[in-house]
Design a protein around this ligand. Structure first.
Ligand code: DGY
Length: 326
């Protein structure tokens, strides 16, 4: 009887989520839930693996592929895949799978929560209460910005961008978007496509939901920030690399924009001495866009199912390079 494929999982995940791999693969993994697998351990594991189930903290690059002669499938428990060299995998004929759809609504909830938190200065309010800096009710104490009726600019009207737009409709917002192509869904959402520079100039809230690619790296730079309204708020729920953080810090310090609400950073975890954290008008959370129990379970299960399918020669539900499939 043929040996079952060997799978390495780079983080401790609930056994229930790995169900699709049980009985069809020999599954081993890094035992920690909150500490990423060290690179040398991953390379050693990859050397004997037919399949890898990875997270966005693991780099799947040419060096890893060179160390993994048997590799036949890579599945990431994330929708974003900038940590995987998909082109290099394709050259090796290795399918790469990811987990869109199951996290769309949850991530849109978080993006909208960030927008609301920054607009209504919730974090500053929490700190004022906790630190005993709550004066008597005062006319303009912690006065923020309205959300309803304002203009929302969505950079990247993909699945999550559309879900944010649906929420914005409930707040009677005017919706603009920018992106490489016209989206058919935009008309139904009441969203109008404009060039990025126009989007930032007109929007009260600019929400980043584009994928990180060489084209989009630092798309929010000093020039773009200078075009935003001084009352505008930047929200990033996609990837830290979309924003030139040094330029963002300068723009916030100089009052060129009103605030930022960030789930993602150029370097994660964000160092505690990062200048962004000294700014009162910054809301920062630790890359938790999809972090609900139900959604993370769905992502883990889908990642396992995708990998099981790829290794069995079946068509995985979400494959980034379907040309590798027979
Ligand atoms: C992703 O899936 O890419 C998110 O950043 C984490 O859910």
């Amino acid at each position: 009887m043929a040996e079952p494929p060997r799978v390495y999982v780079t983080r401790a995940l609930p056994a229930e989520a790995l169900g699709p791999l049980q009985g069809v693969a020999e599954v081993q993994g890094w035992p920690e839930a909150e500490v990423p697998v060290p690179r040398d351990v991953l390379l050693a594991a990859a050397a004997r693996a037919d399949g890898l189930l990875v997270l966005l903290t693991d780099r799947v690059d040419v060096d890893l592929l060179a160390a993994a002669p048997r590799l036949r499938g890579v599945s990431t428990m994330s929708v974003g895949h900038d940590h995987v060299d998909v082109a290099a995998c394709t050259r090796r004929g290795i399918p790469v799978c990811h987990t869109p759809d199951v996290l769309t609504e949850t991530t849109a909830d978080l993006a909208f929560a960030l927008l609301m938190a920054a607009a209504r200065r919730l974090y500053e309010g929490q700190r004022a209460v906790v630190q005993g800096r709550w004066p008597a009710w005062s006319p303009f104490f912690l006065a923020g910005h309205d959300v309803h009726g304002q203009t929302l600019g969505i950079v990247g009207l993909g699945r999550i961008g559309q879900a944010v737009a649906r929420r914005a409709r409930g707040f009677d917002m005017r919706i603009l978007y920018s992106g490489r192509r016209e989206r058919l869904e935009a008309a139904e959402l009441g969203a109008r496509r404009v060039p990025l520079q126009e989007l930032v100039a007109q929007s009260d809230f600019v929400v980043l939901l584009a994928a990180l690619t060489e084209e989009t790296r630092h798309v929010v730079d000093a020039d773009l920030l200078a075009r935003m309204k001084p009352t505008a708020i930047l929200v990033n729920a996609a990837r830290g690399g979309l924003v030139d953080e040094a330029a963002l810090v300068r723009a916030l310090r100089e009052g060129r924009i009103a605030g930022a609400a960030l789930d993602v950073f150029e370097r994660e975890p964000l160092p505690v001495d990062h200048p962004l954290l000294d700014l009162p008008n910054v809301v920062a959370v630790p890359h938790v866009g999809s972090a609900t129990v139900a959604t993370r379970m769905a992502m883990a299960r889908l990642a396992a199912q995708n990998l099981a399918d790829a290794l069995a020669g079946r068509r995985p539900r979400y494959c980034l390079n379907p040309e590798t499939l027979a």
